[in-house]
Design a protein around this ligand. Structure first.
Ligand SMILES: Nc1ncnc2c1ncn2[C@@H]1O[C@H](COP(=O)(O)OP(=O)(O)OP(=O)(O)O)[C@@H](O)[C@H]1O
Ligand SMILES: [Mg+2]
Length: 341
């Protein structure tokens, strides 16, 4: 990309800044990667860090090179410089088969990849084509089909009759046959209607949070992808333009480790105008000023106000300890009830 175009976007975050977005337990690293197809270089000096059981979402315009990043991790591109590492192991030049079988990386393609003339069950067994014995693949397929009864019920049907959402579910399930630690997911929501998009993200969330899988995804639906992911990267013309935690990049807060995410969202929505509960609070200054909750009860403690004395403090204590707080909170519960459920 021409340097002037890049500079319009400001300075891209370097490796040190990117490391801070990852957890300490870094699972997959891309270092200074130049990669492309044949002699055409698509990715330039690209870095990525993602921790174990974290999710990272890549967004960017068409042709920016998002899929090429997943291709490079999986071994489909020509890597001319840099490295891909899993923990401390350099896996840059492993073949896709080795990545799947030995390194525990599975790739779910952007384009549909089911075999329509085969049954759901046969498609699942194909996910274990690298296993040493066919029985192993059958057993693994059985386990996954039990986990997803929606597919299990249709195991004998041809995959070609499945709806778009069910096909996506089949593709994700098939990728689980080899019990990968890292899932590369290219455009999970592409072409799906909203209820299936929810279903797919729910499944991915379960795989990340309950099964500890690390997820690197590309998503056109930037809002959805960034709300889902712990880390968001924006790619422009093969180079990283921006990176942030998913919660900040999407402009919404998510729960930290202190409270479950759903509860955190509920609490934050109910109390957001009053309590600076979360680091990405939309109005931190405002909240600290008008909170009816006494400042010493707030968590994390609100920063001291410049003029936190006299009438202002006593006003806050009076209202904060009184019936007003309850009335306001109940009013907010009622007001937001419809939106939350
Ligand atoms: N197999 C390939 N051989 C040659 N060039 C390719 C190949 N795959 C992709 N490209 C080129 O690499 C560039 C980046 O493509 P890529 O598919 O990574 O973009 P993307 O960001 O995923 O776009 P989209 O949002 O449309 O999926 C494009 O110019 C594309 O034409
Ligand atoms: Mg793509």
């Amino acid at each position: 990309m021409p340097a002037d175009q890049y500079s319009v976007l400001g300075k891209a975050p370097g490796p040190e800044e990117l490391k801070k977005l990852s957890s300490d337990d870094v699972h997959l690293t891309i270092e200074k990667l130049d990669a492309g197809y044949g002699k055409m270089v698509i990715l330039h000096d690209f870095n990525l860090f993602v921790g174990k059981a974290q999710s990272l979402c890549l967004i960017g315009p068409n042709g920016a090179g998002k899929s090429t990043i997943l291709h490079s991790i999986y071994g489909f591109t020509n890597i001319t410089d840099g490295a891909v590492k899993m923990r401390e192991n350099d896996i840059t030049h492993l073949s896709p088969n080795e990545k799947l079988k030995n390194a525990g990386i599975a790739y779910i393609l952007q384009d549909t990849s089911i075999f329509p003339a085969m049954t759901v069950e046969e498609n699942m067994i194909m996910g274990g084509f690298l296993m040493d014995k066919q029985n192993q693949a059958r057993e693994a397929a059985e386990k996954v089909l039990e986990k997803y009864p929606r597919l299990g019920e249709r195991r004998k049907q041809k995959a070609g009759v499945l709806s778009g959402g069910e096909r996506r579910l089949l593709e994700i399930s098939r990728a689980l046959i080899m019990e990968p630690e890292i899932l590369l997911v290219d455009e999970p929501s592409i072409g799906l209607e909203p209820r299936f998009i929810e279903m797919v993200f729910e499944i991915l969330r379960d795989l990340q949070q309950d099964e500890g899988k690390t997820i690197i995804m590309v998503e056109q639906n930037a809002k959805k992808g960034l709300e889902f992911a712990d880390i968001g990267y924006v790619l422009v013309s093969g180079q990283l333009a921006m990176a942030d935690s998913g919660k900040c990049a999407s402009g919404r807060s998510r729960g930290g480790p202190l409270v479950p995410r759903r509860l955190a969202i509920l609490l934050q929505r109910l109390l957001s105008p009053f309590v600076p509960l979360f680091p990405c609070h939309p109005y931190p200054g405002y909240a600290a000023t008008v909170s009816p909750i006494p400042i010493q009860w707030q968590f994390p403690p609100a920063p001291p106000l410049p003029d936190d004395s006299g009438a202002q403090a006593s006003w806050r204590l009076t209202i904060g300890n009184g019936v007003t707080s309850c009335v306001v909170i109940i009013a907010f519960i009622l007001f937001y009830f419809k939106e939350l459920y």
